[in-house]
Design a protein around this ligand. Sequence first.
Ligand code: ADP
Ligand code: MG
Length: 224
Amino acid sequence: MTAILKAQNVSKGFSLAGQKIDVLRDLQLTVTAGETLAILGPSGSGKSTLLSLLAGLEPPDSGSISLNGQLLTAFNQAELTRYRAKHLGIVFQQFHLMRHLSALENVMLPLEIAGIGVKAARQQATETLEQVKLSHRLGHFPHQLSGGECQRVAIARALTVAPELMLADEPSGNLDRQTGDQIMGLLFELVRERGHSLILVTHNEEQAKLCDRVLHLTEGQLQP
Ligand code: ADP
Ligand code: MG
């Protein structure tokens, strides 16, 4: 099986008020193409830190991360931004939509960063919003949408570039149970249909069971 993501000996800590906290310690991770992986861990165990390193949003203190054989840890900021826009889809707990952009414009954004023309981006974004059942909300701004609708826009934004790897950080964490279950169902359906790999970070064991494989983040390392 082809490994699409490889993290080797990744360590990350933070200094706070003169005190060093080691969050990730010599962490190893391999994800294969098309695999869905859950990373379970209690609050504060470093799940979000790990995802932001895998997304190239922050550099590790040491170790290497490669995606499709390309060393993320060797990229400069501009290369990282382009790489993220083209190959990664990221869904956050707090949605992180651009509040001055409509649903459609939010989904068009990564396509435009990836270098697709405006017209093609509009068409592709519209199609992806149809897939998350939001055709009737294209012109709505985030404050005019419910939490579940915002997360569906965020999922569409993440999926529209057809990313090799989707990263989801507690995507249902800010939603009520029923809406959260619907969102998770939709996410899995689309990821599997499109053959993307998914890393789902969660503290919800029920959601973790939906994945092909589950790892636990304990003391800065991933264990079965
Ligand atoms: P989780 O997502 O599993 O709840 P996080 O990755 O957010 O955990 O945080 C892991 C640990 O790192 C926590 O103790 C948190 O306080 C600390 N931490 C995270 N980000 C920072 C930061 N920017 N500065 C200082 N400490 C941080
Ligand atoms: Mg977190």
